[in-house]
Design a protein around this ligand. Structure first.
Ligand code: PTJ
Length: 228
């Protein structure tokens, strides 16, 4: 994160958001929980059932796990699009280079030609052949307005957010409460495992209940606090 900040594609707000995430990760016991695995499997099932899946990448995600993004995109056939809260061409271009260094061949986002309805200014910019026409969008570390606006467009969303109380966590179709660099390889593994198993894909989705999953995560966090 610090290196990404030095290179100019992670913003100061990104460092603060990372600290917020770390705090929740401590409460989780700094590990991938049973609840996270259920959500990661449901996320893989959702991506496998999608016609036009897209992974949205911001500054923090580009700094933390560019290889994780590329591997998941390759396994699931998803496109990668840079979608920024604080957008500038310079940041988009640096993030595109970081993703390409990690092996990405095709990255959308530099030339946006569409807009997410309801989002003002630069935050609403996106690509028609990417997020705008996607049916499933993976939005790691997303802000609540954007997550809500994407759901209002009728898209299914997959959030990765260590805060189980955030608006994003409570808006997404599937919410993974796990550290993003741990979560993406888990989703990739489930994509590879489930690929040819339609019955298991259905089971993974029907087994997942977002609100119940988030409740269970919060119980785990408060249990860990009481044990301390
Ligand atoms: O690069 P930009 O311009 O798109 O800006 C990115 C940030 C992250 C600054 C922007 O999207 C933002 O402010 O996000 P929020 O509203 O702080 O939401 C980020 C959420 O991700 C918070 O709920 C954090 O707890 C959570 N989070 C932070 N680090 C991680 C995380 N979740 C998973 N893994 C992490 N490493």
């Amino acid at each position: 994160m610090v290196e990404g900040f030095r290179q100019g594609y992670v913003i100061p707000q990104g460092l603060i958001a990372h600290g917020r995430g770390e705090m929740f990760y401590y409460l989780l016991g700094e590990r991938t929980t049973k609840e996270a695995r259920v959500a990661e499997k449901a996320a893989a099932a959702l991506m496998l059932g999608a016609k036009r899946p897209v992974i949205s990448v911001n500054g923090n995600v580009a700094a933390l796990c560019p290889e994780g993004v590329v591997s998941l995109a390759e396994a699931s056939g998803a496109r990668i699009e840079i979608g920024l809260f604080h957008r500038s061409d310079e940041r988009v271009s640096k993030i595109e280079s970081a993703l390409k260094r990690a092996g990405a061949k095709d990255v959308l986002g530099f030339l946006p030609d569409a807009r997410i309805p309801g989002l003002e200014s630069m935050r609403g910019l996106c690509c028609r052949e990417g997020i705008f026409s996607a049916d499933v969008v993976l939005v790691p570390l997303e802000d609540g307005d954007r997550a809500e606006a994407l759901s209002k467009m009728g898209k299914k969303t997959i959030a990765v957010d260590l805060n189980p109380m955030s608006r994003t966590a409570r808006t997404a179709t599937v919410t993974i409460v796990d550290e993003v660099s741990k979560a993406l390889p888990e989703v990739t593994k489930y994509v590879e495992d489930l690929e040819d198993d339609k019955a298991e894909i259905r089971r993974a989705l029907s087994k997942y209940d977002r609100d119940e999953n988030l409740r269970s995560v919060m119980e785990r966090m408060s249990g860990n606090l009481c044990k301390a």
